[in-house]
Design a protein around this ligand. Sequence first.
Ligand code: ZN
Length: 409
Amino acid sequence: MTKRLYHQDSYLKEFKAKVLKKIKIDNQPAVVLDETVFYPTSGGQPYDVGVIQDVPVVEVVEEGDEIIHILKEELKEEINSEVIGKIDWERRFDHMQQHLGQHILSGALIEIYGAETVSFHLGEKVCTLDIAKEKITEEEVKKTEECTNEIIFNNRPVKCYFLEGEEELKRLNLRKMPDRKGKIRIIEVENFDLSACGGTHCRTTGEVGLIKITKWEKRGEKIRLEFICGWRAWGDYFWKNELIKNISNKLTIKDSELGEAIDRMLQEQKEIRKELKEFKEKLQEYEARNLINESSLVDDGIKIIKKVFEEKNFQEVMGLVQKMINLDDSVVVLTGIKDKEEGEGAKILFACSRALNYDMNRLIREAGKFIEGRGGGAPNIAQAGGKRAEGIHEALDFALTNLKDFVKK
Ligand SMILES: [Zn+2]
C-alpha cells in the first residue's frame, strides 16, 4: 500500500520514501514506494511528473491501493532503500488551479441552473466539463463565469478532510453522493461547495486566479463546456491580446473598432472579386475576338485558329476557346497547351462553332496519337491529354490538313 501524501498536503513538492517493489509495466521500469506525493491519473486529473533520485518519472498510475511510478530508466536503489522524490511543481500547481476551478464552476452551475456535473477532464491545453443541461445561452455562460470568478475573488478557504459513514455524508449535503464506500475525502469551498474528491486543489479560491469558459457545445443530452483557469487563462489572454494588438496596428484601427473594420473589408473584397471577374470576362472576350480577327487561315469562309499556348493553363484555354466558338458561328479552333502546372504533359483541345459540321471527337482521337494521348468529347468540342509535349505541333498540323475528312456522319 502507498500512503498518498498529497491527500494531506497538496503543496508538498519533495519527499523521502522507501522502495517497496521494483517492477516492469509494458517493459518500462517502475517502482512502488511506501508513500508518495506523485499524483496518479484519476478522477479526471492527469498524473504528476518529476524525479525519483535523479531518474525521471514519466507516468504515474494507481492499481488498487498502490501507486506505480513509471520511470525513464531503472532505479539503482534496491528494495527497502530510502529515495528522494520531487515533483514538477509548475505542472502540479497548474492541475490544482484547473481542478479547484472545476469544483467552483460545478458549484456555480448547480446553484444557478441546477445543472449537475456529469464528468470532468483536465486536458493538456483545455479542461472540459460535461453538464446535464439541455441548452445553454451566451448570457447563461456569462452569468456562470461571473459567479465562478466572484467566488475566486472572494478568496474563500478550501478545506479537505475525510469522512466515513452514509449518515455523515448525507448530513453534509454533498453536490453529488460518491459511489465508493469507506473513507471519503471531502473538499469544502467555504459556504459554497462540498464535494467528494481525491484530487489536488489550491488552499484558497483566490489561487485559481481567473476562470474563462472558452467554448461550449451540445453533446447528445449534455452540454460540454471548455474552460481554463489560472496561469492558463492568463496565457490565453496574453496571446489573444498580442494578436488583437498586432492586427489593429497593421490596420491602424483601434482594437474596439476591429469588428466593424473587418466586416467592411470583407464587403470590399466581395466587390473587388466581382469587378475582377467582370474584367477577366471582358479581357477574355477581347482576346477571343483578336484571335479570330488575326486568323490568316480562311477556307470557304471558315476561320481556322491554330495556336499553341505556353503561358495559359488548360482551364484558361478552355474558357477562351468556348468564347471563340460562341462569338462567331464559322470558326474552327485547334489548340495545344503545354501545361506547366501539371508537369511536362501535353493537352490538345479542338472546337468548332455549333453551326459547323465537323466531328471534333473523331478528329481528336486521331490527332491524340501524336502526343501519345487519349481523349474525346462532343462533336463540337473535344480534348485529349498525353505525355509527348513535342508532338503538339504535329497533332495540330495533322488536324488542319485532314479537317475536311472529319465531318459528322
Ligand atoms: Zn477535485
